[in-house]
Design a protein around this ligand. Structure first.
Ligand SMILES: Cc1cc2nc3c(=O)[nH]c(=O)nc-3n(C[C@H](O)[C@H](O)[C@H](O)COP(=O)(O)OP(=O)(O)OC[C@H]3O[C@@H](n4cnc5c(N)ncnc54)[C@H](O)[C@@H]3O)c2cc1C
Ligand code: FES
Length: 481
């Protein structure tokens, strides 16, 4: 180890290592609000590996702290030993640690911006923390993490004061939702503060190693010049690259990033993805500036270093997404109801009271109006998705699933038969749209089901568009004539 790095060993705090995801029986994955029941249901539906479980439920895709719990369910061994190869001082409080890549992860690879989870025995207690990979994604000889010493922090102080070159620690394979590909056309602007530089550093090194043409701008805010991290390397990298630019902002001298800076950047990097990473204050402040400057919410990506917070941390609560079991029940019942509706329509079943009501213009107008309102409510999900609002999307998704069977009931109350011409086209598109939605609810997400699922989602959207458009034409013509 470098002589400079032999700082006096700090007294470690009593080890009550805070768990990554607080013990909570209900939510196994705090970041993505995934419950134990959701996971057990996914395992029952065929998710046999942590990867499949993650893909199906979203658990483990943020900080990664819950991955060991997922591994308990699938009986996999994820931890792998890795030797520390090198320790490099970046500034007084920040060091990079390089580890040999474990054999089990050698072929896995990772995307720039992703993290690994490091586990060490600190005074006999297994402590684990996620750290962003700062090595280029092309490197096959080591993983690098860059860590800031936290006053009183269990793992960071242990890494600084106890870990020596040649020592072994345990690692979980790379993962996480913060990842940026080099081949995307849209520019990427990283507004990062302090140790929040690490995802941007990993991205810059990865893009440079691949020779990416994607435009990348990094603005790193630090309070004083001695807090800079790898600034010379980033400046050199920017000077030799036609697509990367770098700016070190020393806030003690130049002030914090302001709205005018964001507007200037958004003019220079039109339609960019924006990555924010830094302290909670930095994140909230910069996010507010971006929103005030008209940057669309779904273009803003926040990488939070607080385990257990959602990646796009927000003050509002995420609505719990219906569990796979509940979705499957609703899907199955909807398909059965569609079959029953079709059978009674084909065999012209008699419902005397309904038939009498359905001949009344007022009744038809009211039920038709309710039907159109329900259909418009169903489009709320697409609207929330287009706005990139994760909280609103999670709420709208639950509502979308619940309203499906109600739409079918409203169709039946409006007309028990298919009708002719336009009416038949409206009924057919709605029924097929409901059936495709029900099939999507029945089958959980999985790798093998990915493409059929995409095709069914496409059909579901097209049929919904056709049904909504035809229903409006049908409504207008019925009222007009
Ligand atoms: C996805 C992700 C990526 C990350 N990437 C990086 C990275 O690249 N580099 C990096 O340096 N960090 C990164 N982190 C943060 C990292 O995981 C650790 O949280 C960080 O190093 C602090 O860990 P620690 O064990 O040293 O501190 P901890 O022991 O967890 O303590 C954290 C702070 O809380 C205080 N504290 C602890 N217990 C208490 C208590 N009971 N009451 C009051 N205060 C308390 C401590 O004094 C300390 O200041 C990342 C986190 C996430 C989620
Ligand atoms: S607790 Fe599951 S990803 Fe963070």
């Amino acid at each position: 180890m470098n002589e400079d790095l032999k700082t006096p060993i700090q007294e470690l705090p009593a080890v009550e290592a805070p768990p990554l995801s607080p013990a909570d029986d209900h939510f196994v994955c705090q970041c993505m609000s995934v419950t134990r029941d959701d996971l057990i249901e996914a395992v029952r539906c065929g998710a046999a590996t942590v990867k499949a479980l993650s893909a199906q439920t979203g658990a483990g895709t943020a900080c990664g702290g819950c991955l060991p719990k997922l591994a308990e369910l699938t009986a996999e061994t994820l931890w792998a030993k890795a030797t520390c190869l090198e320790i490099i001082a970046c500034n007084e409080d920040v060091r990079s640690f390089r580890f040999q890549i474990p054999e089990s992860s050698a072929s896995t690879g990772f995307e720039a911006g992703q993290r690994i989870v490091v586990q060490a025995l600190v005074r006999g207690v297994a402590v684990q923390r996620p750290y962003t990979l700062t090595s280029a994604s092309t490197r096959r000889d080591h993983y690098e993490i860059t860590v800031q010493r936290e006053p009183g922090g269990v793992m960071s102080n242990w890494l600084f004061d106890h870990l020596q070159v040649g020592d072994e620690i345990s690692l979980l394979p790379p993962g996480g939702s913060c990842s940026f590909v080099s081949y995307e056309r849209r520019p990427l602007v990283c507004l990062v503060g302090g140790i929040g530089l690490t995802p941007a550093l990993g991205i810059a090194r990865s893009f440079a190693a691949i020779g990416s043409k994607r435009r990348l701008h990094i603005e790193h805010s630090v309070s004083s010049l001695d807090r800079a991290i790898c600034d010379d390397e980033l400046a050199t990298l920017a000077a030799s690259s036609g697509s990367t630019t770098f700016r070190l902002r020393v806030t003690g001298e130049e002030g914090r990033i302001a709205r005018a800076d964001v507007i200037a950047l958004s003019g220079k990097f039109a339609d960019a993805d924006w990555l924010i990473c830094g302290s909670a204050n930095f994140q909230h402040g910069v996010r507010a500036l971006l929103e005030e400057s008209g940057i669309l919410a779904h273009r803003i990506h926040i990488e939070s270093f607080v385990a257990g917070s959602t990646p796009q941390q927000d003050d509002r609560e995420m609505a719990p997404v219906p569990s796979p079991r509940r979705r499957a029940i609703v899907g199955g019942l909807t398909l059965a109801a569609i079959a029953a509706f079709t059978a009674q329509a084909v065999f012209v079943a008699q419902w005397p009271l309904l038939h009498r009501l359905q001949t009344s213009i007022v009744y038809s107008a009211v039920t038709g109006f309710v039907l159109i309102l329900l259909v418009l409510l169903q489009w709320r999900l697409s609207y929330a998705r287009a706005r990139g609002d994760r909280q609103d999307t999670s709420r709208a998704y639950g509502l979308h699933i619940a309203i499906g069977p109600i739409v079918l009931g409203a169709i039946w109350l409006h007309s028990t038969h298919f009708g002719y011409a336009l009416s038949m086209a409206v009924s057919a598109s709605f029924l097929l749209s409901l059936a495709s939605g029900a099939i999507l609810s029945l089958r959980p997400r999985s790798e093998t089901w990915k493409w059929p699922r995409r095709i069914i989602v496409g059909c579901h959207i097209l049929l919904s568009c056709a049904g909504s458009g035809l229903a409006l034409v049908h409504g207008f013509t019925a009222l007009w004539f």
